[in-house]
Design a protein around this ligand. Structure first.
Ligand code: DLL
Length: 436
């Protein structure tokens, strides 16, 4: 893999600023944001009043903990535009995240918000080793989902050529990577594996293609998948994180020189880690739920948004801004199986230990004889698709899951191609339990 680390002279001054400079900037921006939300969003003003706090009470960064959280329910209750803090004629864009149940969550942007978003995405692509003059193949979905357009504006801002292919039509993705010769790929990790498989099916060696680095995110993935992508394509695989409510992709991103968890772009997004049940703020280094406050957003300032994502805050390495530990799962896709907490990413790690199994998998939940049961449905790799080899893979995986995670699961190893491919975020859990 090529050394793509940017030179220090290519970075923005704030990326190398001292912690004191960063904290001073954060405090003045935070005070402004609290006032802006309080004065212009009746829902937020009512919540501050109910909690007995006023923007003037925020004198230090630590004072933020006195302010109430914002949750997805606040956004649903004020659907579609109740959290918007500017007149609607100042809006430049609306996105929405598809809720699995009920109303989608709507987010809105002014032109200044779109510009800030392009800046943090350009910074992310540069951190991943991207440079002016490169071509970026964008296979995130375009539309209300923030992935495609977020990546697109960031690529253009950096001076790259954006190739807006969106998700799907995997054969064509392979053809266009071959023909257009992009240096950068942006997609979900699960869809990237589908593209990798398609290269091999088409008998084109993915290691010979033009890709040098990629930014992957929108769903949890493990270092095992990173290795699979890096070795498969002979390219760097960088973790890109974000969520619609905070801006979209580009809240944080790994640096190619360290690959040690995403650096949070703390000049725009203030992170906290809280205890998932009590909401108490935890010190850096402790594991809990990530909470973000926007520091510069105009259209929809967001105060202490509960992401449900589990992580830890770590000191900066390649940049002065703090890192977050790569997300292992969301508190709401944790499966509690006979008392043991299981995340899909833990199962993925075990699958990658079995040479005959591919990382395309689903977790099927059923309820039999008054007990919850989980079956891992996983594809065999093409070289291990014979029935006897599949039986070996199934035994091996059940053994690893039992000894490492501590639960007994069923395993069904299906033929290559037997698990439906996602074109965006992978759906890992199929819940077949009767509804309570
Ligand atoms: O997924 C924004 C995005 C697009 C991020 C493209 C990165 C790349 P939402 O649809 O609102 O926004 O979903 C946000 O996705 O709370 C996490 O649970 C999950 N997620 C996003 N990035 C990562 C990541 C976009 N790198 C939700 N690792 C978040 C793990 C991620 N989970």
């Amino acid at each position: 893999m090529l050394d793509l680390a940017p030179r220090r002279s290519e970075l923005e001054a704030i990326e190398l600023a001292s912690r004191d400079e960063i904290a001073a900037l954060q405090l003045s921006r935070l005070q402004h944001t609290l006032r802006h939300a309080y004065e212009n969003v009746p829902h937020t003003r009512a919540k501050f009043e109910a909690a007995g706090v006023h923007p003037g009470d925020c004198r230090t960064l630590g004072d933020l903990s006195k302010f109430p959280f914002t949750t997805k329910t606040d956004l649903r209750d004020t659907y579609p535009f109740g959290m918007v803090a500017v007149p609607h004629d100042r809006l430049a864009r609306v996105h929405a995240s598809s809720g699995t149940t009920g109303r989608p969550t709507v987010v809105a942007y002014t032109q200044a918000d779109i510009d800030m978003w392009a800046d943090v995405m350009a910074r992310s692509i540069r951190a991943a080793g991207g440079r002016r003059g490169m071509k970026v193949h964008i296979a995130f979905g375009y539309g209300l989902f923030t992935g495609g357009l977020g990546a697109h504006y960031g690529a253009e801002r950096l001076g790259c050529a954006a190739i807006p292919i969106s998700g799907g039509m995997t054969e064509r993705q392979v053809q266009l990577i071959h023909d257009f010769k992009p240096e950068i790929l942006m997609a979900t990790p699960s869809y990237t594996l589908a593209i990798l498989d398609e290269f091999r099916r088409a008998n084109v060696d993915p290691r010979d293609c033009s890709l040098k680095t990629g930014l992957f995110g929108a769903e949890p993935w493990t270092n095992g998948i990173r290795a699979e992508i890096e070795q498969g394509f002979d390219m760097h695989a960088i973790d890109l994180y974000g969520l619609s409510e905070v801006i979209g992709p580009g809240v944080s991103c790994e640096c190619v020189e360290t690959k040690d968890g995403p650096h949070i772009w703390e000049d725009h997004f203030y992170p906290e880690i809280v205890h998932p049940e009590t909401g108490k703020v935890l010190p850096d280094g402790e594991a809990g739920e990530l909470v973000f406050t926007s520091l510069t957003k105009e259209a929809m300032p967001i105060i202490r948004y509960r992401t449900r994502d589990l992580s830890r805050l770590l000191p900066g390495t390649a940049r002065s801004m703090r890192r977050m530990e790569r997300i292992t799962g969301r508190s709401d896709d944790m499966i509690i199986l006979r008392g043991v907490n299981v995340f899909p990413s833990q199962v993925e790690e075990q699958i990658l230990k079995c040479p005959g199994l591919s990382p395309h998998f689903l977790l099927e939940l059923t309820h039999r004889e008054r007990m919850d049961a989980m079956t891992v449905v996983v594809e065999a790799r093409p070289h291990a698709a014979e029935e006897a080899q599949r039986a070996v893979g199934a035994r091996e995986l059940a053994h690893h899951v039992k000894s490492v995670i501590g639960v007994t699961v069923g395993v069904r190893v299906v033929e290559p191609g037997g698990v439906e491919r996602s074109q965006g975020k992978a759906r890992r859990i199929v819940d077949l339990r009767p509804k309570a």
